[in-house]
Design a protein around this ligand. Sequence first.
Ligand code: DQA
Length: 155
Amino acid sequence: MIEPGQPRLLLLNGPNLNMLGRRDPGHYGTFTLADAEQLARDAAAEAGFTLDCYQTNHEGDMLEKIHAAMDHYRGLLINAGAWTHTSYALRDALELTRLPVMEIHISDVQHREAFRRVSVIEDVCMGKTAGLGLDSYRVATEKMCAYLRSLEYGR
Ligand code: DQA
């Protein structure tokens, strides 16, 4: 059941993203996860959505959060970290929700190590935003909100 009030989005961050601010600044800048979450929250609020945030390093916890999300959110935004490249369980959980999902990466995954070019979740996502640093979170949120609004207004 969709809850009354403002439509809700959920921003998910996977393994090691709690360490933003301490990771390689060349790929991940110097901002923290709290900065990324706040930017996404503000972008969502600007478009009339409430955004909740969740981060975990435990794959089972992520799967359960996604299962529970399906009745409460209009869309999911996810930086799945290294699970992006490996986790078919994550792919299946995202698909199960039947919600629109936006894949997020901070770094330019297309131009790094070969394994980062592989995404096993991309076919269940409506889009991907990567390589913009901190701004990936803002742009991804804006794209998701615009997409959901376009569905609502039929354009
Ligand atoms: C990442 C890219 C992944 O390859 C990596 O494992 C991460 C972060 C990114 O945001 O650029 O942890 O998803």
